[in-house]
Design a protein around this ligand. Structure first.
Ligand SMILES: Cc1cc2nc3c(=O)[nH]c(=O)nc-3n(C[C@H](O)[C@H](O)[C@H](O)COP(=O)(O)OP(=O)(O)OC[C@H]3O[C@@H](n4cnc5c(N)ncnc54)[C@H](O)[C@@H]3O)c2cc1C
Length: 563
């Protein structure tokens, strides 16, 4: 062992010194996808994750359409869609007094197989090439991890923690430590990104706080301390006669719980309320609560517990300082209603990935990284607010005293609760939240004077007005417009040869900016984009559009890259 240069300013023994452009702290879904986004643009990174293996405790089960588009861009969507529930398993949400009692309401939703068939039959201008996927995060994270380890530019170190770092203004140095051996390495990097979750030590060291709203202070379900318990219940489907659900929600005067199917073969994540944040999950009590939800005795194996807090809508006041940036739960904490938390984080690093690549490859300007916060923080505020709104309505479900009675009063109570619950569909599709993020006022978006569609949590209105997600189009044979976009910027040319594009291509070459020209002789595409040319960013947002190139192509590229 040698004594490495003293990168943090503290006396540190390290076996080696490693230089890498980007150090990613945290190998949850957000950190892993950031490393993949960087690798896709040819940028190396080193990622550390305290746990030696990817998470094997169930958490979120919703990968929304935007996240799936990002996975498609990385070539992973197909494989991810095969994980978790069987292809013919419905994704219905069923509300029951008890799962073997009365069914009060059901939000019917398609199986993965049905969604795939619908996509194959979709119109050319359909905007959802990648429907929302219900699959637990733990399965997806395992696949992400295996893929990450196959990527040459990624030095993937699970079982290692970042123990300290310093931002020197022109570089960052850090110390990482392997838990199993105590071995240390010194890291010298251009940027450090804290994807280290809700307890982010990176955020704390930066002195950045979350602000926003905490739980409402009631004792209701989805308002305050919760426990997610991983259960194996082999007899579940034999005992519960109701048509299969992806989520089984029990709503009665004794328990209000949520049981989410993981593999369709008897594994579940069971979410229930704790009395206080100090309460330790008690397996025997949680099993009793689960059985009270089912309504009949069953053999239950508890695999593990994990506690979490519902009802939060917290966003970090800054998304980084200097050369140290934050992403994912390190910048925002959601209540899981709607399933927006991880999805917002994956969209964060679609935004951040190309900007970091631009900086280390030299085609990003001095103002580019600042736009990460100015573009993404408003989206975090918007999405946490939408989730909290949905979460509050879940906490306020009316549960009449007679809800389990076989009587007129019972029928009336179930009718009232059922009518309330039948309005919950937005919790499960919110397409406006998923696809409607826009960066209209960003200094790196060239507005064209057209009006952006209004922001609506439920509805996504495709528009190539600069700032929004590039509208989608099927090009035939299952090929999406998104499959044809370059890894860097894309100049979409719908002019059928009428527009001269060389000046922009030359300006890109001069700057070392990766630009792909994509000519498409498609009337449908021209109708959708409303202009002959559109410049699409690496994160698939429209940066500029027009019928001819601007006089100053270099100026346009300077603008969209933050110079
Ligand atoms: C019950 C529940 C249901 C949910 N449902 C959904 C859903 O359906 N859809 C959705 O989008 N979101 C959902 N979420 C939220 C989602 O789980 C999180 O938003 C997501 O895991 C955040 O990912 P992340 O990578 O930012 O952080 P994390 O997943 O927390 O990963 C952070 C990683 O950093 C590591 N780490 C921390 N410190 C260090 C260090 N110093 N050095 C090295 N490694 C470190 C940790 O070990 C961890 O592996 C749900 C959450 C809960 C609790």
């Amino acid at each position: 062992m040698s004594t490495a240069p003293d990168p943090t300013g503290s006396a540190t023994e390290a076996a080696e010194t490693i230089a890498t452009p980007i150090l990613i702290v945290g190998g949850g879904p957000v950190g892993m996808v950031l490393a993949m986004n960087l690798a896709a643009l040819g940028v190396a990174s080193l990622i550390v994750n305290s746990d030696p293996r990817p998470r094997w405790h169930p958490k979120g089960s919703t990968h929304n359409s935007r996240t799936m588009e990002h996975y498609r861009r990385l070539g992973l969507a197909e494989a991810i869609r095969r994980l978790g529930l069987p292809q013919d398993y419905p994704t219905d949400v069923g509300y029951f007094t008890r799962f073997t009692g009365w069914e009060i309401a059901r939000l019917a939703m398609p199986s993965e197989g049905e969604k795939r068939r619908a996509v194959r039959a979709a119109q050319a201008a359909d905007q959802v090439p990648e429907p929302i996927l219900r699959c637990n995060q733990m399965y997806v994270e395992r696949l992400l991890y295996e893929h990450l380890r196959s990527l040459v530019p990624v030095d993937c170190r699970f079982g290692w923690s970042c123990v300290d770092w310093q931002d020197h203004g022109d570089r960052v140095t850090a110390i990482i430590e392997e838990a199993s051996s105590g071995r240390r390495a010194a890291i010298a990097c251009a940027y450090l990104v804290g994807c280290d979750g809700g307890q982010s030590a990176t955020r704390r060291k930066l002195g950045i706080r979350y602000s926003g709203e905490g739980p409402g202070g009631s004792e209701a379900y989805l308002d305050g301390p919760m426990v997610a318990t991983h259960l194996r219940v082999p007899q579940f489907y034999r005992a519960v006669a109701a048509p299969r659900c992806w989520q089984y929600r029990a709503v009665n005067r004794e328990v209000h719980t949520n049981t989410v199917a993981l593999d369709g073969a008897g594994e579940f994540i069971f979410n229930s309320r704790l009395r206080s944040t100090d309460e330790k999950p008690d397996s025997a009590q949680i099993v009793r609560r689960f059985l009270a939800s089912v309504g009949t005795p069953l053999e239950v194996e508890v695999i593990g517990h994990s506690t979490w807090i519902a009802g939060r809508a917290l966003v970090a006041e800054r998304f980084g300082l200097g050369r140290v940036l934050l992403a994912g739960d390190a910048t925002h904490l959601f209540t899981p209603a709607g399933g927006f938390g991880m999805n917002t984080g994956i969209d964060d690093v679609a935004n951040l990935g190309w900007k970091l690549a631009a900086m280390v490859q030299g085609w990003g300007g001095a103002g580019l990284l600042d736009t990460y916060e100015s573009e993404r923080r408003p989206i975090a505020l918007r999405n946490t607010k939408a989730a909290r709104r949905l979460g509050v309505s879940v906490s306020e479900v009316p549960i009449g005293a007679a809800i389990e009675e076989d009587s007129a009063a019972g029928r009336a109570a179930r009718g009232e609760t059922g009518a309330y619950l039948a309005n919950f569909q937005p919790e499960f599709d919110s397409l406006g939240v998923q696809l409607g993020a826009r960066y209209d006022n960003s200094p790196i978006v060239a507005a064209d004077g057209s009006e952006a569609p209004p922001d609506d949590s439920d509805v996504y209105r495709p528009s190539a007005c600069p700032g929004g997600r590039a509208p989608h189009l099927w090009l035939g044979d299952g090929v999406s417009l998104f499959d044809r976009l370059g890894r860097g910027f894309t100049l979409l040319d719908l002019s059928r040869g009428a527009a001269e594009t060389r000046a922009l291509e030359q300006a890109a070459v001069q700057r070392g900016l990766p630009l792909t020209r994509l000519p498409l002789a498609s009337i449908a595409a021209r109708d959708l984009y409303q202009r002959d040319l559109a410049l699409i960013r690496p994160d698939q947002h429209v940066a500029w559009r027009g019928n001819r190139l601007p006089e100053d192509c270099a100026g346009l590229l300077d603008r969209v890259t933050g110079r």
